[in-house]
Design a protein around this ligand. Structure first.
Ligand code: NAP
Length: 283
């Protein structure tokens, strides 16, 4: 099977490298073409455009920023794909959007699955992502070798949109964990407690999310080199609130969290790691 890959950012570039390293034939496309350079050196081919990519690939993976970008990109390759070919969207999007994309793909007699990933830059590089696939193991068996090349595990969630559902819940908890922790640190620091000791103590208790433990050295060193851009977690908070709206649910603590990340965005933290919410909140 010839694989197409669109979206060679922090995540996509590393996922594509792992497909290549696993011996798959790969054709790539990215808005900023220079991001394909290392993949081309390692044997990937560059599509001349999305139409060319659509014509050549038997399965296309997308790893793009937002639902709007996913849709406008897909509209340029879907009409040219071979009947029964696969489109696998790994981008973090909202579930109702994934279901709309499944309908759009079906109009062209194509197969679609949402397969967002849990794990950031390092797991993407090591091929250790967790795939959250909106389909059954049986229906997605042809895709398993590709998931295995990029990830350590695939969870089969049976219906289209369920991958996006679970991913959205993970990210809203991630956003809230860091914001809540940062707020507690702000109070602790104001009370005169030492930052290093407080970070150690709190992150070793069961009341704090394990992700804080993983990040504690970076928080202490104010090392916010980008793994997961803050602007994208803010996008995901917005998608979760939009989904809650679709269910007529109010999520007041998430709405507050959104305003906290917005403040960090306004202060110029959009392109650094999302954990910079800590720096913004304790300042
Ligand atoms: P990124 O480095 O910012 O990459 C975004 C990708 O989208 C790039 O290929 C970019 O192209 C493309 N793009 C953005 N706007 C575009 C436009 N208007 N037209 C065409 N292409 C456009 O982000 P990332 O961290 O790899 O994230 C990609 C997706 O994975 C997002 O949905 C994110 O929420 C999700 N995700 C991220 C992580 C993480 O830890 N980073 C983990 C899991 C899931 P250019 O290169 O030309 O800008």
């Amino acid at each position: 099977m010839k694989i197409g890959f669109v979206g060679l950012g922090i995540m996509g570039s590393r996922m594509a490298e792992n497909l290549l390293a696993d011996g798959h034939e790969l054709i790539v496309f990215n808005r900023s073409v220079d991001k394909a350079d290392s993949l081309l050196e390692n044997g990937a081919k560059l599509a001349t455009g999305l139409e060319d990519l659509g014509k050549q690939a038997d399965v296309i993976f997308t790893m793009l920023s937002t639902p709007a970008v996913v849709k406008s990109t897909a509209e340029e390759f879907l009409p040219y794909m071979k009947e029964d070919a696969w489109w696998v969207d790994c981008s973090t999007v909202n579930p109702s959007f994934s279901r709309q994309m499944a309908v759009l793909a079906a109009k062209y007699n194509l197969r679609f699955v949402d397969a967002p990933v849990a794990g950031s830059k390092a797991p993407a590089e090591k091929g250790e992502l967790l795939f959250l696939a909106g389909g059954s193991e049986n229906a997605l068996s042809e895709l398993q070798p590709f998931f295995d090349a990029m990830g350590k595990k695939t969870l089969y969630l049976n219906n289209v949109g369920n991958g996006a559902n679970v991913k959205m819940l993970i990210n809203l908890l991630l956003a809230q964990s860091l914001a809540t922790f940062s707020e507690a640190m702000k109070l602790g620091l104001s009370m005169g407690l030492a930052e290093k000791q407080l970070l150690q103590i709190l992150s070793s208790t069961p009341v704090v999310s394990p992700v804080v433990g993983l990040l504690k050295e970076r928080l202490l060193n104010k090392d916010f080199e980008v793994n997961f851009p803050l602007k994208w977690i803010q996008k995901d908070i917005g998608l979760a609130l939009q989904t809650a709206d679709e269910f007529n649910l109010s999520m007041p603590s998430l709405a507050t969290t959104q305003s906290l990340y917005q403040e960090a965005l306004n202060n110029g933290y959009g392109d650094v790691d999302f954990s910079a919410i800590y720096a913004n909140m304790i300042a």
